[in-house]
Design a binder for this molecule. Structure first.
Ligand code: PA5
Length: 403
């Protein structure tokens, strides 16, 4: 993976790296690339061969990461088992998903770190009322949670999150690895990508200074460039951008520590070239409040080419003849980068990942987790909590008790 910044930042916070080295000792996700996955792989090896569908009941950090990796890899390799994600209390969505599968060939993964999330538990109740065999379920939760106790009583298999790994930083833990391994994703390769980024950053390779500069730029310019856009030129990255939106938004939108100041950066996920025909106009001519990170794939497959077919009246598009689509999409991306750079006041950077495989998405995930931690430190927020979502939950609880 390569990351080229097209903007300058003179002032660098030299203590930032030391702060992250210190944080590493207490925050669990930093250890995930090197974890022992033998218990997950053993479980997957012994898994019922008749099960063709895995239904993940989870929301936010308990589902978005696995979905991002699954959807990234799905177009290049038929999954061993299909994954389905129940992330909503939308009744139509619940019944549509359930109608898609043969329940006898389906296993349910109930994933909730806290073990008490309304969306996950309400959907679980609905399904459990129809199918209550303990072997139909595997639970992933925190050790000792109420859901853990329930699962123990039921006699189902339970996996625990490692200590100090927050929901939105948990994709590379059992939370993401178990569903992905069941669907046939090579989780060792996924972790090797994350490990590469971890080593490059902590061992002082070029990526270290790039990430420190980029984080410093975002934090120092958080008022001027308050919106951070990812513009990914691959349809496969659609759900990766959803994962990014949650990671960035929920981690950085906070009241600053020891202060009453509300801070934050607004994440936007775009897919090229589709969004050249929608959001691009706003970036190009709208308020200068957005940074743009382009994500490109170096190698696409299949290598299909635009044929030499002249269409009457459309002769001016004959210049497309013989161009491979992979070249075309990257030329489109490069043209937009050039156009934005010509504007001079839009901060642009470019990430290039090699190809669609587990290692590349592992790299991208870990890169963004590190960047989020760095920016969080500079903004002076607690990156790993989410007190702002509690107020609505309390009101819902009151409403439910009165209902
Ligand atoms: O990042 C987070 O911590 C949240 O988005 C959670 O993942 C989300 O609220 C789901 O929580 P839980 O896994 O406890 O059900």
């Amino acid at each position: 993976m390569k990351n080229r910044l097209y903007f300058n930042i003179d002032q660098k916070d030299n203590s930032l790296f030391d702060k992250i080295v210190l944080e590493q000792k207490t925050i669990g996700y930093y250890n995930l690339p090197k974890q022992d996955t033998s218990n997950i792989l053993e479980f997957v090896d012994n898994f019922d061969k008749n099960i063709k569908n895995i239904m993940v009941l989870g929301i936010g950090g308990s589902s978005l990461g696995a979905k991002a990796v699954y959807e990234f890899l799905k177009p290049i390799k038929k999954p061993k088992r299909k994954l389905f994600f129940f992330e909503s209390t939308d009744p139509l969505n619940i019944s549509t998903l359930l109608n898609e599968v043969d329940l006898d060939k389906t296993h349910f993964l109930v994933i909730s770190k806290s073990g008490g999330t309304v969306e996950t538990i309400s959907i679980f109740k609905y399904i459990f009322a129809q199918k209550s065999e303990k072997n139909s379920y595997t639970f992933i939760t925190d050790n000792g949670s109420k859901l853990d106790k329930f699962a123990q009583d039921l006699g189902s298999k339970v996996f625990y999150l490692p200590p100090n790994v927050g929901g939105r930083f948990s994709v590379l833990s059992v939370v993401g690895l178990l569903p992905l391994a069941l669907s046939g994703v090579n989780i060792k390769e996924l972790l090797s990508g994350a490990d590469k980024i971890n080593r490059d950053f902590f061992k002082g390779k070029k990526l270290q200074s790039t990430l420190l500069k980029k984080a410093s730029f975002y934090a120092k310019n958080c008022d001027r460039y308050s919106i951070n856009t990812i513009f990914a030129y691959s349809e496969n990255l659609k759900y990766f951008t959803e994962w990014f939106v949650q990671l960035w938004g929920e981690s950085l939108g906070k009241v600053q520590k020891n202060s009453i100041l509300n801070v934050g950066l607004t994440p936007i996920g775009l897919i090229g070239p589709k969004d050249q025909h929608s959001f691009l106009q706003l970036i190009m001519e709208g308020r200068r409040d957005k940074s743009v990170t382009f994500i490109k794939l170096k190698e696409f497959n299949p290598k299909i080419t635009i044929p030499d077919i002249t269409l009457k009246y459309l002769e001016e598009l004959d210049s497309l003849h013989g161009i491979r689509f992979d070249k075309l999409i990257n030329m489109q991306c490069d043209s937009i980068i050039e156009a934005l750079l010509n504007e001079k006041d839009i901060p642009v950077d470019e990430i290039v990942i090699s190809k669609v495989n587990a290692k590349s998405i592992g790299e991208l995930i870990y890169y963004y987790e590190l960047l989020t931690s760095l920016v969080g430190k500079l903004l002076g927020v607690d990156t790993y909590n989410q007190p702002g979502v509690e107020a609505g939950k309390i009101i819902l609880k009151e409403k439910l008790s009165r209902y």
